[in-house]
Design a protein around this ligand. Sequence first.
Ligand SMILES: NC(=O)C1=CN([C@@H]2O[C@H](COP(=O)(O)OP(=O)(O)OC[C@H]3O[C@@H](n4cnc5c(N)ncnc54)[C@H](OP(=O)(O)O)[C@@H]3O)[C@@H](O)[C@H]2O)C=CC1
Ligand SMILES: O=C(CO)COP(=O)(O)O
Length: 308
Amino acid sequence: MREITITILGAGAWGTALAQLARANGHNVCLWSRHGELSLKDALEGAQIVLSAISMQGVTQVATAIASIPISADTIFVTATKGLDAATTLTPAQIWQATFPQHPIVVLCGPNLSKEIHQNLPAATVVASIDAEAAEAVQAAFTSQRFRVYTNSDPLGVELGGTIKNVIAIASGACDGLQLGTNAKAALVTRGLTEIIRIGNSWGAKTETFYGLSGLGDLLATCNSPLSRNYQVGYQLAQGKTLAETLAHLEGTAEGVNTAEVLMQRAETQKISMPITTQVYRALQGEITPRQALEELMLRDTKPEYNN
Ligand SMILES: NC(=O)C1=CN([C@@H]2O[C@H](COP(=O)(O)OP(=O)(O)OC[C@H]3O[C@@H](n4cnc5c(N)ncnc54)[C@H](OP(=O)(O)O)[C@@H]3O)[C@@H](O)[C@H]2O)C=CC1
Ligand SMILES: O=C(CO)COP(=O)(O)O
């Protein structure tokens, strides 16, 4: 494999796991953190791939800071963040693309719980871009015996699948916290996927993308694993904890909390029905308990399974 220089932005759980994967493939990896010694300019020196694993709240700030640094025209930007900008509802890839219109932007997203990656367990992911060559370059850089990387040409769908499922993962954690059983979980995840597809389509994403690794795949991983921070948020709420108490003890970022709010805005303006997201949002706000959220979902008007 050809050795390349990769700069990873954000030394959190996901950034360090991706750095481990890239180093294991023999690449020259620079892991940048805002608290580290290295300046952003020095960290970006010679980077062929710049991969952002920064949580959503920092994406615009870091992208703007990089815009004033000279970068080679060939540099590929990869975004691995799963969130939505609260002010604009833009996705991270849309922010990177707006900041670097001349550069290829690739989305990396899949069922990739970082703790399992750190344990060298096998996993698969998707790299998506409208620039097929750029996606293939990122695929080649990260593919290994324990990390299988697929390309995809629907970056928006890949990014939205990985982002919106975080809200359903919160609901799923609450479902398990309330000990509602396997039937309830299956119903929740399936109807959650319907909801993801409904709003994802309105954004312009393809339905089939949501049945892939970054949609259904990531939904299954985070809805079924206590390793998911979003699942943990729902589980703790169901135990009677407040959101503030839950977040105070959470290891890392649960993007679904902010994503629920952004989705609510978008669903309201676009008149899209998102009943699970609505109940998750209300539970996060402390307006209702997870049990009341369940009751409201179960007592909704009856309807056909498919009525798009
Ligand atoms: N962990 C996982 O399993 C996976 C996570 N993701 C996604 O990756 C993203 C990061 O997650 P994760 O690593 O787990 O989260 P962490 O909370 O562990 O890390 C977040 C990272 O973002 C950095 N950051 C936040 N704000 C800023 C800012 N303003 N300027 C510079 N750096 C900033 C943090 O820096 P600092 O430490 O200095 O605060 C930290 O390095 C999220 O969007 C998440 O959904 C995707 C797949 C898997
Ligand atoms: O997205 C993830 C795994 O693919 C990580 O999920 P959490 O952010 O909920 O931990």
